[in-house]
Design a protein around this ligand. Structure first.
Ligand code: FES
Ligand code: FES
Length: 163
C-alpha cells in the first residue's frame, strides 16, 4: 500500500487540505478532489491539457508531484475565469475566435495563454505559437487558438485590458 501524505494548498483562492498518495501527481490530486477542469490527457507531459498555474507559473500538473506542492498556490482555468478578468476575457476570446471544438485541450491552452499574457507576452504570433508548443490540439489546427491569444494581447497593448 502506498504511503499517504497530507498537503495544504490554496486552490483557486481557497485553502484546502488533501490527503494524497506520496507518488501522486498534482493532476490526480486535483481531479480526486473534484477539480475536473484540469483534464487528464497523456499523463506523461506531452499534451498540456493538465496545465495549471503553480505560484503563477504554468506547469503540467501530471508531471508535478502533489506532495511537493504543500504550501503552494494553484489556479486552474475555471478558477481563473471566475476571479481573474484577463483569463475571463481570454475565455471569451476563445469563443469569439472559434478556438474551441471538442474542448479537451482548451483548459490547458487558456492557462498557458493567460500565463504568457500575465508575464508581459506581446501580440506576436511566433511567440504565442512557441508558448503553446507544449499543448496539443487534435481539432482546430491551432490558428484560431493563436488568434484568440493574439486578440487579447492586442487589447492589452492598446490599453483596453490590464494584464
Ligand atoms: S496530461 Fe499532462 S501533459 Fe498530458
Ligand atoms: S479543441 Fe479538440 S483537442 Fe483542441
Amino acid at each position: 500500500m502506498s504511503e499517504k501524505v497530507k498537503i495544504r494548498l490554496k486552490v483557486n483562492g481557497e485553502d484546502v487540505t488533501y490527503e494524497v498518495d506520496a507518488h501522486m501527481s498534482l493532476m490526480r490530486a486535483l481531479r480526486e478532489h473534484y477539480v475536473w477542469d484540469v483534464k487528464c490527457g497523456c499523463e506523461v507531459g506531452e499534451c498540456g491539457t493538465c496545465t495549471v498555474l503553480l505560484d503563477g507559473q504554468a506547469v503540467k500538473s501530471c508531471l508535478t508531484l502533489a506532495a511537493a506542492c504543500d504550501g503552494h498556490e494553484v489556479w486552474t482555468n475555471k478558477g481563473l475565469g471566475y476571479r481573474d478578468p484577463l483569463t475571463a476575457r481570454l475565455q471569451e476570446a476563445f469563443v469569439e475566435c472559434g478556438s474551441v471544438q471538442c474542448g479537451f485541450c482548451t483548459p490547458g491552452m487558456i492557462v498557458a495563454g493567460a500565463a504568457y499574457l500575465k508575464h508581459g507576452g506581446k501580440a506576436d504570433r511566433a511567440a504565442i505559437k512557441n508558448i503553446i508548443s507544449g499543448n496539443l490540439c487534435r481539432c482546430t489546427g491551432y490558428v484560431k487558438i493563436v488568434d484568440a491569444i493574439y486578440l487579447v494581447a492586442k487589447e492589452i497593448e492598446e490599453g483596453r485590458l490590464t494584464a
